[in-house]
Ligand binder design. Structure first.
Ligand SMILES: Nc1ncnc2c1ncn2[C@@H]1O[C@H](COP(=O)(O)OP(=O)(O)O)[C@@H](O)[C@H]1O
Ligand SMILES: [Mg+2]
Length: 217
């Protein structure tokens, strides 16, 4: 589905870091482990079309996504930010999930029912009536994941998804992701959390100094 080919990337304001990935084709569930500042988030943003390669290309079903509008990429590729408050926009948790569905034409009642079911799956039903801005880090994280999932992306990039989640919540997340994987979704997990990616049965790759190492981590 997704393929990196001769990708190079530099931040215009940072000459110290360069990401170089000659060939990378994540399949099924792939995890990227690596030290801080090794380039994991940069790789995830390139996969989600948030950053564009300086040279080379990221292909999705054979098409170079550099020519796609973000809206089109967003319909295929889901992205969970490392910092969940960056993507929560609605004042109420239920709306965070239901509004995008309504924007896509789902009747209001149906959207709210689906949103409620998902909030329950992530054990967030007790905060349905809270304000999103006052949620804890872990609650925000779970809400952001639920909101990204409800769009049923075909490919899902999650940047440090287990930050702020306790063990039972990590297990719920793993179970939900596995269920979506069984439905055909491909997953790219960026993480420090080796236990979690092992539970996911991910194909583990290691990033170091902007390079994806050949050998398995
Ligand atoms: N917006 C930015 N502008 C300039 N440099 C950046 C930017 N974002 C990240 N970097 C730098 O790029 C390198 C890789 O960062 P990142 O991909 O966030 O690594 P990781 O997710 O593995 O911690 C780091 O040296 C970081 O400081
Ligand atoms: Mg990062």
């Amino acid at each position: 589905m997704m393929r990196f080919e001769n990708v190079k990337f530099k931040y215009p304001t940072n000459s110290d870091f360069e990401l170089i990935i000659d060939n990378f084709e994540p399949k099924g569930c792939t995890a990227i482990l690596g030290e801080n500042a090794s380039g994991k988030t940069t790789l995830g943003k390139l996969a989600a079309g948030i950053l564009r390669p300086s040279s080379g290309a990221v292909y999705y079903h054979g098409e170079d996504i550099a020519g796609w509008k973000l809206g089109k990429i967003g319909r295929h590729v889901g992205y969970l930010f490392q910092e969940p408050s960056r993507q929560i926009f609605a004042p109420k948790p239920l709306e965070e999930i239901a509004l995008p569905l309504e924007l896509r034409g789902m009747p209001k009642e149906e959207a709210r029912e689906l949103a409620l079911a998902l909030l329950q799956e992530f054990e967030l039903e007790n905060i349905v009536n809270s304000t999103t801005f006052t949620l804890s880090r872990g609650e925000k994280q779970r809400l952001a994941i639920a909101a990204a999932m409800v769009m049923k992306p075909r490919f899902f990039v999650l940047d440090e998804p287990t930050t702020g989640l306790d063990k039972p919540r990590r297990q719920i997340l793993a179970k939900t992701l596995k269920k979506m994987q069984a439905d055909g979704m491909e997953i790219l997990i960026i993480s420090h959390d080796r236990d979690f990616v092992e539970i996911m049965g991910a194909d583990i790759r290691r990033m170091e100094g902007g390079r994806l190492l050949d050998e398995k981590a």
